[in-house]
Design a protein around this ligand. Sequence first.
Ligand code: URP
Ligand code: ZN
Ligand code: ZN
Length: 470
Amino acid sequence: MTALDLVITGGTVVTAADSYVADIGIRDGKIVAIGQDLQGDDRIDATGLMVMPGGIDAHVHLDQPTSDGTVMADDFASGTRSAAAGGNTTVLPFAMQVKGRSLRDCVQEYHQKADGKCHTDVSFHLVVTDPTPQVMGQELPALVRDGYTSFKVFMTYDDLVLDDRELLEVFDVARREKALVMVHAEGHDAIKFLTRKLEDEGKTAPFYHGQAHAQIAEREATHRAISHAQLIDVPIVIVHVSGREPMEQIQWARARGLKVHAETCPQYIALTADDLQGLNMDFNGAKYVCSPPPRDADSQAAIWQGLRDGTFDIFSSDHCPFRFDGPADTGKNNPRARTSFKWVPNGIPGVETRLPILFSEGVSKGRITPERFVALTATNPARLYGLYPRKGTIAIGGDADLTLWDPNLTRPIQQQGLNHGCDYTPYEGMQITGWPVRTLLGGRTIAQDGVPVGDAGGSYLSRGTSQAYG
Ligand code: URP
Ligand code: ZN
Ligand code: ZN
């Protein structure tokens, strides 16, 4: 047998199925051996550590233009460095169609933004905002065949929302092309109505964002999306599910055998609506404005149950980073945002803290097993988004994308130690037990002890058909 380039020895290998102590042999960036007493040119001693598949963050926003010109805090360089430091080896950001423009052209622009800059592997989901006959008849089918096998649709936001007829049309193309649709399920009209009412009552602080984006509006849209998917007979993923009410719709659909998948995020286990209460002078509540917003303790408990029982397939960050201050007057703390919550840029950072938060709150506190952690953060994202088995597991023939975890290392999350482009973290001071101490992409170390290492050697991944299609 040809010599191994690298052997990772003595660690506890964790997959979605089981855990065992073994050495992992790597050659040419691939896992080529799993066994005992392996020898190679290089060696990493993982005794006392867990060796897990590199994290796949399937919901990330990087360098995305916004309607009011606010610039995101992370481009593909800083966002993927931050991802690597947080134990990820693949991220799936969005290539968003700008209304009135060709989807294909927009995708090309995202490639230009990403090329040569990525420290992890990367693959784009599409976002369809303008389903013209050209887009639906030609561009979208051709893009799916080119390996962009998933796309997101929005049921709210003035500049992104699709109406029901358009949603059905997009679902229909997805079914024909075997693409997976991700749905942002919040009822646009209900949100607009509530926003106007709150503003009329002078309730304009960030806290009221949580009331305008009511859980009932999320529940209603979730049910509507499920009904549309049932009409078309297409699998969908309801993304960033925030609480008990939309979860019940997903469970209702699953009980009827419908192909409805679900994603949740750190903000729905680690934050609540109270975090938006920054009604004081520092406007701190704006740091927690995201959509859907964090809910209450009851919803947090429901989400944990859903993470355990399989209601949720995947746990992603929905990393959507906007600075609190600046640049110029464009951060969350901008003059217009102070006149109404509706002008606060929606989204919070989290690509670097997603895995530590779930590990600490889930695995270290005994709420989920290490195997379930791997399923939610790597294996299921790979299966759903057409990357399995090259990614998302530890198996011979797969990419040597690995994260070494110290399950006993305890330290708090601190903005000072993070690598993202944001000027704050919503999780400041949160005590974490269990940190990634080394991240390897194709057998090459890309982060160590929370610090990104090496050049931008990540690749763009063309993806296959989702396993949601069986
Ligand atoms: O507030 C959020 N989540 N912003 C990001 C855009 C989205 O809907 O995923
Ligand atoms: Zn969304
Ligand atoms: Zn998002």
